[in-house]
Each structure stands twice: as C-alpha cells, then as structure tokens.
Design a protein around this ligand. Structure first.
Ligand code: PGA
Length: 251
C-alpha cells in the first residue's frame, strides 16, 4: 500500500452475520473495488465472516483485516484464532487492543504486545488501538494515557526482529467511540504528535501509520483528511452502510 494514500478501515464489529456480510460484499464489490483503487479500503468483518468476504473481494484492490487474533501460537487455546490462520485466509491487517476487546476481556498490554509480534512475524500489519478514557481526558491526562498504553507494546516489538516492519496505530479516544462526539482538530493533532514521537523513539526503523477512529461519518470525515499527521481513519458503525462509506471516502 502506498504510504501517501489516505487509508479507510471499515470496522464492522459485530453488526453482521456471515450471510449479511456476504450480501454486503457481493452487492458492493465492484463499486468498492473502484473506490479502493485510489483510496485503500480495509474491510474488517467478524471472524465468522472473514473467509466468505475474502472470497468475494479476492482479486480486487480491497484489503481484508480481522478484528482481533490470538496471543498464542497453535495449541490448546479454545476459542482463539491464530495469526497464521488469518494469513491463510488472506488478511493483511488485524486490529488489536480495541477498547471494546480490552474492556470485555480485561486484555493486558503484554497480551496485545504478543499479538502484535505474532502478526508481524506473519507479515500482517497490526492496527494497534489506543485511546484515553473520558476521565483521563477530563483530567487533561490524554497524552500520559497514550504513552502508558503504547510504550510496553512498542518496547516488546523492538525486542525481536520481525518479518514485517510496518505498524498502524489506531488512536481512538474512548469518549469518541459510538458517541457522535469527535475531538477538536488541535487536540487530535497534539495526540498524534505524541504518538509519532513514541513510535520514532522506540521503532525508528518501522513505518508507523497513524489512524484516528471514533464517531466518523459522512458529515465529519473531511475534517480528518486535513490533519497533517493522519494517514487514515477507522470507521465503525457508519462503515456498515455502503452509501455512507462511499461518501466518507469521496468527501
Ligand atoms: P464508531 O467506532 O465509528 O462506531 O464510533 C469506531 C471504532 O470503534 O473503530
């Protein structure tokens, strides 16, 4: 993927059953492929729909991502999905550390770091999600929260020599996810600068894409495209509606 193109990550979360995901991909694959030629689009279905969507978008410029992966190699881990399986299915990206996963499963930074390392070893770009809570934001501790979340992950990545040297950081303040509230451009720029600094400090030989996510829709997407450090956006609920996704990409 060209580092100069603005990237769109469509995080479908658990909005679709496999059949709904299939119908979406089937109905829109041509229009999606045309859009993706100029603007890289990464579709992230739930695990149960990955293979079926992979078949539909095969041979098109649209990328496939998973929404999570196991922190383990193959073994006795009931309910887990391996990074090697994601590679086999055709994923080139994988979201990890999403706040919805962190909260639901009490995920630790060490587990997220292990996932990032396994993905990089399998040539899959991890989309590492971080973001401060509303409480931290109110106390003006957004930058510290980001640093606390990101540092152990970047440090763990640095310890090993991975096959792939590209990561993406999804900055998603918790108070902005699914709330219709988005950060002010000046605040976002400040947080992105802090993230960039941390990436340069810990992983100077990596390419680090910076993404923003949280309440992006067709009415506000343009604002984010004008933020200099931003390489792309993560779109949750709005990405399940193809017309909205199209408007976001074309805005
Ligand atoms: P949202 O979710 O766009 O529905 O707010 C974004 C995300 O969690 O990635």
């Amino acid at each position: 993927m060209s580092p100069n193109k603005f990237v769109y990550v469509a995080n479908w979360k658990a909005y679709f059953t496999p059949n709904q995901a299939y119908q979406w991909a089937k109905s829109h694959k041509e229009a999606l492929g045309t859009l993706s030629k100029n603007s890289p689009i990464i579709i992230c279905p739930s695990f149960d729909a990955l293979s079926i969507v992979a078949q539909e978008i095969k041979g098109t410029p649209t990328y496939l991502a998973a929404q999570d992966c196991s922190a383990h190699h193959a073994g006795p881990y009931t309910g887990q999905v391996l990074s090697t399986s994601l590679k086999e299915i055709g994923c080139t990206y994988c979201i990890i550390g999403h706040s919805e996963v962190r909260q639901e499963y009490h995920e630790t930074p060490a587990q997220i770091a292990a996932k990032a390392c396994l993905l990089l070893d399998n040539g899959i770009t991890p989309i590492i999600c971080i973001g401060e809570t509303a409480h931290d934001y109110d106390l003006n501790r957004g930058a510290q929260a980001i640093e606390q979340q990101l540092t152990p992950i970047l440090t763990a990545i640095k310890k090993e020599n991975h096959a792939l040297k590209t990561i993406a950081i999804g900055y998603e303040p918790l108070w902005a996810i699914g709330t219709s509230i988005v950060p002010k451009s000046s605040y976002l720029a400040q947080q992105l600068e802090a993230i960039k600094r941390l990436c340069n400090q810990h992983l100077p030989d990596y390419q680090a894409l910076l993404l923003y996510g949280g309440s992006i829709d067709e009415t506000n997407a343009l604002t984010f495209k004008n933020i200099p450090l931003l390489d792309g956006i993560l779109i949750g609920h709005a990405s399940t509606d193809f017309q909205k996704l199209q408007k976001i990409v074309l805005s």
